[in-house]
Design a protein around this ligand. Structure first.
Ligand code: S3P
Length: 250
């Protein structure tokens, strides 16, 4: 089977075939397991606190400009689940890079690996992510190896704000155990593979703009931690934060 990962800039794939552009996935289209709305999250909060939250989210959006929030980290770190919810809170589109690659190739990630190997997948991944980054602002969840590729990392640094969801081995293994669609893990003992990937990749993920612990807690708590970290990085406190800050200084 011939699998093409299309390049939207030329309209052609690696084999020179012309393929129609892949459609974009938006948070509202993703379907299953809908993330709670910000309003739902805020039940029980005073109007004042709600206003503060909205103000902070608006400031984050403003500070982002056209940049994308790019979630990076190992398989099982929660990039897609956290990314969907984060996009919903920020009222930004959510895009999953692996889903876009599959759409562009007309084949699953496993099929691409099996038919053409990892380096072919990385070439397609680099092109698809470079294209997606032109469409910011948005929340973009990437596959675990994307940020490790030098060129993909450079594109993310140029057009995105990267968030490393850092998780312990135990948490990663528990989460990936639920899916068998990852070719790198299917190739050997998942624990050994994951340990090796942690050794190789953690020093590179550490270049991310922001790092958040992806603990074994409900995803909405991780989303809250990501929003706090983004606000701190972008200098987006609320008026209340500032007053609080001034009080602390005194
Ligand atoms: C990979 C991670 C996968 C997918 C591919 C390769 C990796 O994505 O891109 O199987 O190299 O770590 P997830 O991190 O979303 O599982």
């Amino acid at each position: 089977m011939l699998i093409c990962i299309m390049d939207d800039s030329t309209g052609r794939c690696q084999h020179g075939k012309f393929i129609a552009p892949a459609s974009r996935l938006w948070s509202a289209d993703v379907g299953d397991d809908p993330p709670p709305s910000d309003q739902g999250m805020s039940l029980g909060l005073t109007e004042h606190k709600k206003d503060d939250r909205h103000e902070r989210l608006a400031r984050i959006r403003e500070a982002l400009g056209r940049r994308s929030i790019v979630l990076i980290g190992l398989m099982g770190a929660g990039k897609t689940a956290v990314g969907r919810r984060l996009a919903n809170r920020l009222e930004l589109p959510f895009i999953d890079a692996d889903a876009e690659i599959e759409l562009a190739a007309g084949a699953s990630v496993s099929e691409i690996f099996a038919e053409h190997g990892e380096s072919y997948f990385r070439q397609g991944e680099r092109k698809v992510i470079a294209r997606l980054l032109e469409g910011g602002p948005q929340v973009l969840a990437t596959g675990g190896g994307a940020y490790i590729n030098t060129e993909t990392r450079a594109s993310i640094k140029a057009r995105g704000l990267s968030v490393w969801l850092k998780a312990e081995l135990r948490v990663l293994l528990k989460r990936v155990g639920r899916r068998d669609s990852r070719p790198l893990l299917a190739a050997g003992d998942p624990e050994k593979v994951m340990k090796k990937l942690m050794e190789e990749r953690y020093p590179i993920y550490a270049e991310a703009d922001v790092t958040v612990d992806s603990r074994d807690v409900p995803h909405d708590l991780i989303v809250g931690a990501v929003i706090d970290a983004l606000a701190a990085k972008l200098g987006c406190g609320t008026k209340a934060d500032k007053v609080q800050g001034r009080k602390k200084v005194k």
